[in-house]
Design a protein around this ligand. Structure first.
Ligand code: DQA
Length: 151
């Protein structure tokens, strides 16, 4: 069964506890469940991961690139969290590994502090989902699944 890799960056392990007025009360386990439910509707599996470490996320993007090349993975949904605004390494990994990636943010980063308005990920991403809460993950999975079916 084809897979979508879902990657989560730093502090997203604290979802549910972390600034609930901004990020809501759902936990990362709730996000994982939502992703698996959406993927199952399209006959797809989810490889769901979270790390607080930039290099680990780089390794996982490269791994997803290899899985895409082998026809095992149809794309990546990633919430890079704070690394969105700082990481040239993640940008380079997405491009270097030729990964089809949809960038997701739970909050509307454009309505928040100016330092959240710039993304190093967006120029390397196939699409962006911002400000839809955790539903944004399901929207991104839906989009990847439909694009895959059309090809
Ligand atoms: C976030 C937005 C980022 O600015 C922030 O650093 C996060 C979460 C979001 O999902 O809204 O950690 O990516």
């Amino acid at each position: 069964m084809a897979t979508i890799t879902v990657l989560n960056g730093p502090n997203l392990n604290l979802l549910g506890l972390r600034e609930p007025a901004i990020y809501g009360s759902a936990t990362l386990a709730d996000v994982e469940r939502l992703c698996r439910e959406e993927a199952a509707q399209h006959g797809l599996e989810i490889d769901f991961r979270q790390s607080n470490h930039e290099g680990v996320l780089v390794d996982w993007i490269q791994e997803a690139g290899r899985a895409m090349a082998a026809g095992e993975c149809i794309g990546v949904v990633m919430n890079p969290a704070a690394y969105t605004h700082t990481s040239v390494a993640l940008h380079d990994a997405i491009k270097g590994a030729s990964v089809k990636l949809i960038e997701v943010h739970i909050s509307n980063v454009h309505a928040r502090e100016p330092f959240r308005h710039h993304s190093y990920i967006s120029p390397a991403a196939a699409g962006i989902v911002v400000g839809l809460g955790i539903e944004g993950y399901a929207v991104a999975i839906h989009a990847l699944a439909r694009a895959h079916k059309k090809n």
